[in-house]
Write a protein that binds this ligand. Structure first.
Ligand code: FES
Length: 127
């Protein structure tokens, strides 16, 4: 299917590949962005200049400057953290059961509406 100007019209399947993810800061400021399935939450945060996600190691699971909180309901959709991620979280602040490293979480088509909280410490530490 194409548009009058010859461009491709997005199908429902393509639109589904751009789930909307909302990043919420500790002060409640929210930023919703459309993220291509397959990108990491860190890559999307950098692309859209989400505050508090510095990602100093650029996704190598070696710096914890991409620490975020994801509620349990979404954890089951994005999968459990690997052993290296769990180990690295020992070095982050504000760690709890929701903690994930955004570079290790891949967005998939079932992530539509997912909320990602940026812990207060990410801002305080200048991450
Ligand atoms: S970007 Fe460094 S641990 Fe995620």
């Amino acid at each position: 299917m194409s548009t009058a100007d010859g461009g491709a019209r997005p199908s429902a399947a393509i639109a589904h590949r751009l789930p909307n993810i909302t990043y919420v800061q500790a002060d409640g400021a929210a930023q919703s962005v459309a993220v291509r399935a397959g990108m990491s939450l860190m890559e999307a945060a950098l692309r859209y200049d989400v505050p508090g996600i510095e990602a100093k190691c650029r996704g190598n699971c070696a710096c914890v400057t991409c620490h975020v909180h994801i509620d349990a309901a979404w954890q089951s959709i994005v999968g459990a953290p690997g052993a290296m991620e769990v180990s690295m979280l020992d070095f982050a602040e504000d760690v709890d059961a929701r903690s994930r490293l955004a570079c290790q979480v891949r967005v998939n088509e079932a992530c539509e509406g997912m909320v990602v909280d940026v812990p207060q410490a990410q801002r305080i530490l200048g991450f």
